[in-house]
Design a protein around this ligand. Sequence first.
Ligand code: UD2
Length: 312
Amino acid sequence: MKKYVVTGGAGFIGSALVRALLARKDGAVEVIDNLLTGKKSNLAEVASRVVLHEIDIRDYTAIAGVIAGADTVFHLAAIPSVPRSITDPVPSHEVNIDGTFNVLRASAEGKARKLVYAASSAAYGDTDVLPKVETMPPNPKSPYAAQKLLGEYYCGVFSSCFGLDATSLRFFNVYGPRQDPDSPYSGVLSLFMRCLLERRPPTIHGDGEQTRDFTYVEDVVSLVIQASRAPGTAGKVYNAGNGGRYSLNRIWSILQGFEGVNIPPLYGPSRAGDVRDSQADTTTAVRELGHAPAFTIEDGLRRTLEWYRAAN
Ligand code: UD2
């Protein structure tokens, strides 16, 4: 029986990946998560089919035992917030850089067949041209972006120097069920969902005309699994986005339309480290990984909203 290890598997994206792997029924799934931002409840109905190791990727010895003998390691564990990496940079550095090094080292020494790394489109920073394509020079604007970029470089070096087949996917603003709206560092759409259901105005940082390639979690999960099986991708970096671009003002307007309400947002100062515009060129991921995003923004937003409504 193959073993799949998902670091960060109790998180929002990780738990969706765990469900997708279980649905394929071709391997055992083990999760490494320190429950800092992940939650046991994210795995509630699949708990009996998953081994959850409550350990920290900063602890090499602890994770090496779990990763040894894995077929595929999906490395999603991270402290995933741009502003958090500015207000509290040390843990963010230790988890995202030292922790990533530990996961790569454990995967190489444990002879994993494949590693897929959750990199970030934050690595691009602000570019003159959209959409953002993998051949553009990176230009990180925050510690988080720099950390995620270094993880890509390490995936490349582990592929070339240590024989680990590691592929990086640059996630673009993933949203969907189970994204946690309870933290000051929560993703914007989880906060929008809660505000909409509570009929409260969201706070928008800046003029709301910044844009993001909001990508539904199930599309990202499908791509992660495809990347784990595609040949010839060692050391490579791919965009994992939908290819669209929506301003925050537009998204809030779509959401209000769903509910038939009119709630003007509050506007506050722009956030340090914020990228202005983000949009993925999906050409290479489509060609080399078979990327085929299936959810329009309206589909994704509706599904997400219904999940939050039911969860309330
Ligand atoms: C997201 C991911 C990050 C990375 C990146 C890749 C989260 C929490 N962060 O960073 O891990 O992968 O995407 O593109 O998912 N905003 C508001 N009001 C709020 C909160 C946010 O206006 O209450 C704005 C924020 O200033 C930014 C935009 O919404 O312009 C998106 O912010 P975010 O924190 O959801 O995501 P981002 O793009 O910083």
